[in-house]
Design a protein around this ligand. Structure first.
Ligand SMILES: Nc1ncnc2c1ncn2[C@@H]1O[C@H](COP(=O)(O)OP(=O)(O)OP(=O)(O)O)[C@@H](O)[C@H]1O
Length: 344
């Protein structure tokens, strides 16, 4: 099978299980982001894919070959890790050519490839520059070019953009995605930044406690989170418990007439995205709460509403700005369409 497959991967550090039975298939040419909070095991998983760590159990296959125990240098990988910095004493061109030089490629081949790669990262004519004269973003592009010099079978990135400031980081995310679209190299990137993952990846793999909680497209992860961890970790959400009481579905002790639960379900956790919370005048059958805070962030307006002791957050565009003020009583009319039913 072409692409990368992880089967029942376990990594144990003494009694501590950093990666716990991970199964994942990355189709050839896909861009996958491993996303999760600090310590969830993403770097450990990437290091096993790279061959920098051996799994305690499980199997790694690349394009049908078992590479679980293959040394890193025989895996034909391109890697951009935070710790793998550019060589400061070499020029840009020498840095990019380095993987070709140590593989004994001719000077002509090295020069040709350096030229191609510099054009690809939008730095033509930079071969003779000193690395120390580059900006942070340019350095990162050179590190990417160096990793791609050998046309790797697999491209691995560990927090590749974390040293850059927010604006440059966003631009580089788009650049990396576009580069991937042009080259089609199977790519796995580790990040703790969900915007970064959603910008770049075909598949976002959300991890927690060494396990995969959900692996799906950015849209699916956001619109149909598998559980409350994913719902809460990706973007903002309102998590509430719904209970069947009498004939109606109640939230925080208030009946919400337009909501239903599947037959036989007595209680469930609902995830309601802030953009699906519409505020209006209080009315029967809707939740009633009190506005506690309004935050105008320019492009979006966030309104915080206290409903029975729990804070709801509603987000709207400036055009749809709700006409509400702090202290005002408001209604939140919810329908099934606004909610994702999680644990039942
Ligand atoms: N060599 C090691 N020995 C012992 N424990 C380790 C070792 N490497 C990692 N761990 C532990 O394994 C867990 C997962 O670490 P890992 O670096 O994979 O997390 P991560 O998700 O990449 O986090 P971060 O975003 O902070 O880098 C952590 O609790 C970490 O302390």
């Amino acid at each position: 099978m072409s692409g990368l497959t992880l089967q029942n991967i376990v990594k144990q550090f003494g009694a501590f299980r950093a990666v716990d039975n991970v199964d994942l298939t990355v189709p050839h040419g896909a861009f996958v982001c491993l996303l999760g909070p600090s310590g969830c095991g993403k770097t450990t998983l990437l290091r096993m894919i790279a061959g920098l760590d051996l799994p305690t159990a499980g199997r790694v296959t690349l394009n049908g070959n078992d590479i679980t125990r293959t040394p890193t240098h025989q895996r034909e990988l391109g890697m951009v890790f935070q710790s793998l910095a550019l060589f400061p004493h070499l020029t840009v061109g020498e840095n990019i050519a380095y993987p070709l030089r140590i593989r004994g490629r001719s000077k002509e081949e090295q020069a040709k490839r350096v030229e191609e790669l510099l054009a690809m990262i939008y730095l033509p004519g930079y071969a003779d520059r000193a690395v120390s004269k580059l900006s942070g973003g340019q350095r990162q592009r050179v590190a990417i070019a160096r990793a791609l010099a050998i046309s790797p079978k697999l491209f691995l990135l560990d927090e590749p953009l974390s040293a850059l400031d927010a604006k440059l980081r966003e631009a580089m995310q788009v650049e990396l995605r576009q580069l991937h679209q042009r080259l089609g190299i199977t790519t796995i990137a580790v990040t703790h930044d969900q915007r970064e993952a959603m910008t770049m990846a075909d598949t976002v793999v959300v991890m927690n406690g060494g396990q995969i909680r959900q692996a799906a497209s950015p849209t699916e992860i956001y619109r149909r989170p598998a559980d409350s961890f994913v719902a809460d970790f990706i973007g903002q959400t309102n998590l509430v418990e719904a209970r069947r009481e009498g004939g109606a579905v109640n939230i925080l002790g208030q009946p919400v007439t337009a909501l239903s639960l599947s037959a036989g379900v007595e209680r469930a956790t609902l995830s309601i995205r802030p953009e699906d919370v519409r505020l209006g005048p209080p009315k029967a059958g809707a939740l009633t709460g009190e506005v506690t805070f309004v935050r105008d962030l320019g492009g979006v307006i966030e309104t915080f509403v206290n409903v029975g002791g729990q804070q709801f957050i509603a987000v709207s565009t400036p055009r749809e700005r709700p006409d509400v003020a702090v202290g005002q009583k408001v209604g939140i009319a919810l329908t099934d369409k606004d909610c994702v039913v999680l644990e039942q």
